[in-house]
Write a protein that binds this ligand. Structure first.
Ligand SMILES: Nc1ncnc2c1ncn2[C@@H]1O[C@H](COP(=O)(O)OP(=O)(O)OP(=O)(O)O)[C@@H](O)[C@H]1O
Length: 622
């Protein structure tokens, strides 16, 4: 997805299509609340007209000219007026409560649906697309309250329309000409508000990227990870300046829209005031001439003010609903986006791996704008064997892993599981067969048990399995020594003030300890068909690295595994070592053969070994 400015230009007619899903969501989620809300809102529209007519009848009765003269009739009218006043007094509170209740109920379901849809994106591409991330941010915003705003806008519009029609009818009885003039002054307000709401929605879309960058800087300035470098390098002021510059740019865009709105709205307000003033002068003159009764005059004054007020409210409601609908489009776009990876229907059953996994002439680039990362890779990972992948930074090793896990599909060529293209299988089934430690593994602000148990939720409650995985990753002793053992929260985030008092709540691990936890998480999935280990020991000390690789060697025996490591000592006993350079396989064989060949692997291995040798003998030149 690219291109920003053409995204939100939808007119009111197309945007109105969003009313149906928003309304259906509210009706399904909270039918009772919605029904009461509808009744209260519609009644709220009729109340001002009813009050004006009751006032007219009372005044005419008092002056004695009206048909309902006599204290008995007047008493009932006064009672009715008092009742209308009481209803008008409680309706706003009731509507506020009902609206909030509707928002809560609908927001919950909308958010659940949104994240269920996001979870269904099987690939990674959308998460790396800035345009899609902006859309997702707006969709999250929409899930919070937009369906409620749409329902509210529609009902508010209908309520205002009822008031407008009621007052217009009343005015028409007294002065058809004045009715037309008042109506004529109201229509431009409606049209202008819709145009303004479109402009505002487009502005929100356009500042999305700016706000994303502002968020990046604010996040950076308050993150524990970045604090060290920012302080040591003294970059805080510089980064803050960039953050403020982004905010200024967003402010400027918002200010331009605000200014335009206030100019247009002031002009329209002035027009409305002129019409109201003119109408009032005419009505007073007509009353003095005896063409209107005092009661008529009251209805006229209330009618002109009522129509204008309700028309302005109607325009506001339509504009708000229109804007909410435009934002809601992002929600419907994300929830309706579907899976981003094409899968055969029906998918083939995925048998346990028997022969091996093959990359056949795989070409890959992240998008058409990006250069090729893999350029015709042919690779065979035999079942039950360990394969190691080595190469310089940027050679494409992690990218190859992403294709194996099917986070992306090859741009050309195929990845085959026992000869069958991965695209033939259900991606969820495929991933159930893979265990992995990624180079950029996760650190969850959760307990130690959760940090390991998230590797296989079915085993999370099996404490023995969790402990064995931790032992194999060499982290069990450290976890057991924590204040609450495996239940210790591995986080500096305090979840409540009470937690703040409890010094044992947050425990901070070292980088190597986190890495071992990530390994333990992968070991919990060790019964899977393929184990991928992308730099599993990069942050470990020499002793821990030795232990881990001994453990991995034991683990990898007779299992299918792919190990990526820059520490060539760790890969030397793999069954096959594959060297990747510039997206191509340039060598593959076992350690002894590759060393004998004297190619890229031998060069890198000798270079590393020489470094260690030099360190051991203390020689600078070795
Ligand atoms: N999400 C992405 N979008 C665009 N380009 C990417 C993305 N991820 C990686 N690349 C590019 O793909 C190339 C290969 O990256 P990759 O991470 O696969 O290399 P690597 O061999 O694992 O490197 P390293 O040894 O540094 O981990 C790099 O040029 C990188 O810039």
């Amino acid at each position: 997805m690219s291109g920003r400015t053409d995204r939100v230009t939808t007119g009111p007619t197309r945007a109105a299509w969003g009313i149906r899903p928003a309304w259906a969501l509210a009706a399904r989620t909270a039918p009772g609340t919605l029904t009461v809300y509808v009744v209260v809102m519609l009644a709220g529209g009729a109340l001002p007209v009813l009050a004006a007519w009751l006032t007219k009848l009372i005044l005419d009765g008092l002056v004695g000219g009206g048909p309902l003269g006599g204290l008995g009739g007047l008493g009932w009218l006064a009672l009715g007026l008092a009742g209308a006043g009481a209803l008008a007094a409680v309706t706003p509170q009731l509507t506020t409560y009902l609206r909030a209740e509707l928002d809560r109920a609908v927001g919950l379901v909308a958010q659940d649906r949104l994240f269920a849809a996001v979870d269904d994106f099987a690939g990674l591409g959308r998460f790396e697309d800035p345009g899609f991330l902006d859309r997702l941010r707006l969709a999250q915003q929409a899930a919070g309250g937009t369906p409620g705003q749409i329902v509210d806008g529609v009902l508010g519009g209908v309520r205002s329309a009822i008031t407008v029609v009621g007052f217009l009818g009343s005015l028409y009885v007294l002065s058809p000409l004045l009715t037309l003039v008042v109506l004529g002054a109201g229509v431009p307000v409606l049209v202008a508000e819709i145009a303004l709401s479109r402009r505002r929605a487009r502005m929100f879309w356009n500042v999305g990227g700016i706000e994303r960058r502002e968020f990046f800087y604010s996040d950076l300035l308050s993150s524990a990870e970045a604090a060290k470098e920012i302080r040591l390098f003294g970059t805080g002021g510089y980064l803050r300046g960039r953050m403020i510059a982004e905010r200024r740019e967003a402010n400027a865009a918002k200010r331009a829209v605000d200014r335009r709105e206030s100019w247009i709205q002031s002009g329209l307000g002035l027009l409305a005031a002129l019409v109201a003033g003119g109408g009032l002068l005419w009505a007073v003159a007509a009353a003095r001439a005896g063409r209107l009764s005092v009661g008529d005059l009251t209805v006229l004054v209330a009618g002109v003010a009522g129509v204008q007020g309700a028309l302005t409210a109607l325009a506001g409601e339509v504009a708000r609903a229109h804007q909410a609908l435009l934002v809601f489009e992002h929600y419907t776009a994300v929830t309706g986006a579907g899976n981003d990876l094409v899968t055969a229907t029906p998918p083939r059953p995925l048998p346990p791996l028997r022969r091996g996994i093959e990359l056949r002439d795989v070409w890959f680039r992240y998008s058409e704008e990006h250069p090729w990362v893999l350029r015709g890779v042919d690779l065979w990972i035999p079942a039950g064997r360990s394969v190691a992948l080595v190469g310089l930074n940027g050679a494409g090793k992690s990218t190859l892993v992403k294709l194996l896990c099917r986070f992306y599909d090859p741009t050309r060529g195929a990845v085959l599981w026992d000869g069958v293209d991965l695209r033939e299988f259900d991606v969820t089934h495929l991933r159930q067969r893979i265990g992995a430690v990624f180079q950029d593994y996760m650190r969850y602000d959760l307990t130690a048990t959760d940090n390991i148990g998230l590797g296989d939720l079915a085993l999370r409650e099996q404490h023995d399995r969790v402990r064995i995985a931790a032992e194999r990753a060499g982290i069990h002793d450290e976890i057991a020594a924590l204040p609450q053992g495996y239940d210790t929260m591995l986080s500096r985030i305090f979840f409540s003030e009470r937690d703040r008092e409890d010094q044992t709540t947050g425990t901070v691990l070292s980088g190597g300890q986190w890495q071992r936890l990530a390994l333990a998480r992968a070991f919990l999935r060790d019964q899977r068909d393929l184990m991928v280990l992308d730099e599993p020991s990069s942050g470990l000390d020499a002793e821990a690295e030795h232990e881990i690789h001994t453990s991995l060697r034991r683990h990898r025996r007779r299992r299918t595994s792919l190990l990526i490591s820059h520490r060539l000592g760790a890969v030397r006993d793999a069954d096959v070592i594959v060297v990747l350079r510039d997206g191509r396989v340039v060598e593959q064989a076992d350690h002894v053969t590759l060393m004998a060949t004297g190619g890229e692997y031998a060069r890198l291995f000798t270079l590393q070994a020489a470094g260690y040798q030099a360190a051991a003998t203390g020689s600078e030149e070795a």
